[in-house]
Design a protein around this ligand. Structure first.
Ligand SMILES: O=C(O)C(=O)C[C@H](O)[C@H](O)CO
Length: 343
């Protein structure tokens, strides 16, 4: 199988309050770039996988510097098209303890949202590709972005390219007249590998979970839901989720579960005693999964263990992208939990 991975979605300027400051306290923002799909490409590039990111950026200095930064990460930006008015922005206030994080989007009329059918030459993009990744953020953005995504999915299916999706449900983006439960099913019908949970199954993908309220979610309930998803969407081969268990107010566990069509497999469990930045944790998981599927396709246990270790490390890094190497993930999988100074 060709191992080149293509991702497609919107990248935004991320303006985050420094430390744990509230929006109303800060007079400065940390400016970086991020987006659910590009984060996957950056992680994969860190793991040595050839990857190209496809999007539309404004033809101005901000769009160009974003491209340059991606090039420095080792992501192929050759298929990015330029045009449109502006780059989307998202503001982030990082929560702590009992105060959750907040995201405010400012992305209306972005270059990506004004994408139109035919603007991207998917034949060209998929020439050497083995994998295509998208998320549920894209069809929430605009009808044009949805049409371009559908063109990509049809082409990827025709060419036998593996397709993955993270449902990434963003309630603030789905607007009246664009209903998640109407749009997502036809896109998931063209997808092979899915990150999604019980909520996504029921509210986004039209699979009622029918579990009595007293039943606690476990790997078995997930397996049950994943099987129903596969019945409804026959192209699905693997369904993955993560669980954050609360042990005490400031001590969580982090574990992944995968249904691989035959078995339900649980990853090693990590103790999340402190979170630096959880944005991008799911993207780090997806990149770890893709790396695993491409590298040891028959070892489901190793795939989910690698992905969860990568995602756990992401929670220690500020910014959207998982700046960790293959070696660092592998060390963690061997039980080498950091904490010491490497000198
Ligand atoms: O929420 C979005 O649309 C983003 O792309 C912002 C973040 O980059 C994304 O949530 C990370 O997964």
């Amino acid at each position: 199988m060709n191992k080149r991975v293509i991702t497609f979605g919107e990248i935004m300027l991320r303006l985050a309050t420094p430390g744990y400051q509230r929006f109303s306290q800060t007079d400065i923002f940390d400016a970086t770039f991020g987006g659910g799909e590009v984060n996957v490409s950056v992680s994969l590039a860190n793991f040595g996988i050839s990857t190209a990111y496809v999007t539309r950026l404004p033809d101005n200095d901000i769009g160009k510097s974003c491209k340059e930064i991606l090039n420095k990460f080792g992501v192929d930006t050759g298929h990015i098209i330029l045009g449109g008015d502006r780059m989307g922005i998202y503001y982030l206030e990082t929560g702590a303890v009992a105060r959750g994080s907040k995201v405010v989007y400012d992305r209306a009329n972005s270059a990506f949202s004004s994408l139109k059918k035919g603007m991207i030459d998917w034949d060209e993009v998929f020439k050497d590709a083995g994998w295509f990744h998208w998320t549920g953020i894209t069809p929430a953005i605009s009808p044009g972005a949805t049409e371009v995504l559908e063109e990509a999915l049809v082409k990827a299916n025709e060419m036998g390219i593996t397709v993955s999706c993270d449902v990434n449900y963003r309630s603030k983006l789905w607007k009246e007249g664009n209903k998640v439960e109407e749009v997502m099913p036809r896109l998931i019908a063209k997808t092979n590998v899915l990150i999604g949970n019980e909520f996504d199954a029921e509210k986004v993908l039209g699979v009622p979970i029918n579990l009595p309220p007293e039943v606690e979610y476990s790997k078995f309930t997930f397996g049950f839901v994943a099987k129903q998803l596969m019945q409804k969407y026959p192209k699905l081969e693997k369904v993955i989720t993560t669980r954050r268990g609360t042990i005490s107010a400031n001590y969580n566990t982090w574990v992944g579960i995968m249904f691989d069509g035959k078995q339900v497999i649980e990853s090693s469990t990590y103790q999340m005693t402190h979170i630096v930045d959880r944005v991008g944790g799911g993207d780090a998981l997806m990149a770890g999964l893709i790396y695993g599927f491409l590298t040891y396709p028959d070892n489901s246990q190793k795939i989910i263990d690698f992905a969860v270790a990568a995602s756990f490390l992401k929670h220690t890094i500020s910014g959207d992208v998982n700046n960790v190497s293959l070696e660092e993930v592998e060390q963690l999988m061997k039980g080498n939990i950091g904490g010491e100074i490497d000198r």
